[in-house]
Design a protein around this ligand. Structure first.
Ligand SMILES: [Mg+2]
Length: 239
């Protein structure tokens, strides 16, 4: 059993502390409605958009601006370059509106952070995406005061986590990452010898999903999955 007071507990932002994917999926349904009016099937739109996002990810990174560009690129391609300018503008307006949505904390988050704050060594927030947008969401969430530090990173891979634990001079065995994504919050942390707590969100962006067969048995034994963040204090006590 690990002493709670010796742990650095880091939490993911999108879909762990506040709702995010639901906003994207709402826009995506609107986008599919728009393009089906141009005679394209919903399935084709869905698959083509994901393929474009995947292709652009290493250049655009994660976030609404990259999503906007991928929506436009896909729409132009699927309509054989006949997409009217008014539809281009409608897509831009709709995506820009996503940048103005206030983040809503997920149920139980404030209670869990309030409980853990004074009991663990430090609480960190580690989120990935566009700097400006993530800063806006962190500030708008009203949760900043719970965290010793906030890190906005462009990718959550083993190198990112290794850099963070070495910057804080902590042993990975004292580091716990909590998040909704197996790909970003769990597997890379397990790989560097840290603890990971998986709290699934009810929907997951396709690019963040990992097939159960791709999680090795060693890795799946190395992290716990919870139904909600309310269970986090108990899970940390059992590490
Ligand atoms: Mg997330």
């Amino acid at each position: 059993m690990v002493d709670l007071a010796s742990l650095t507990v880091a939490l993911d932002g999108d879909d762990t502390l506040w709702h995010n994917e639901a906003i994207f999926q709402k826009t995506q349904r609107w986008y599919e409605d728009l393009l089906t009016d141009h005679g394209v099937s919903r399935d084709l739109i869905h698959d083509a958009l994901i393929a474009t996002e995947r292709r652009n990810l290493s250049l655009y990174g994660y976030g609404i601006k990259g999503f906007t560009l991928s929506c436009l690129e896909t729409a132009v391609a699927l309509t054989d370059q006949s997409l009217p300018a008014e539809s281009v503008l409608a897509i831009i307006d709709r995506c820009r509106a996503m940048l103005e949505e206030s983040p809503t904390p997920i149920d139980g988050v404030v209670e869990a952070l309030t409980f853990l704050g004074p009991r663990v060594d430090q609480l960190l927030l580690i989120t990935k995406g566009d700097l400006l947008d993530q800063e806006r969401k962190v500030a708008g969430s009203g949760l900043t005061d719970h965290f010793a530090d906030v890190h906005i990173v462009s990718e959550k891979d083993p190198a990112t986590y290794r850099n963070l634990v070495s910057r804080y001079r902590i042993d990975p065995s004292r580091f716990v990452m909590v998040g909704n994504s197996i790909r970003s919050d769990v597997l890379p942390v397990v790989e560097i010898g840290g603890h990971a707590v998986h709290i699934p969100y009810h929907i997951t962006w396709e690019i963040e999903t990992v097939a159960p067969s791709d999680i090795g048995s060693d890795a799946s034994a190395a992290f716990v999955t919870l139904d909600s963040i309310a269970e986090l204090p108990g899970a940390l006590n059992r590490l």
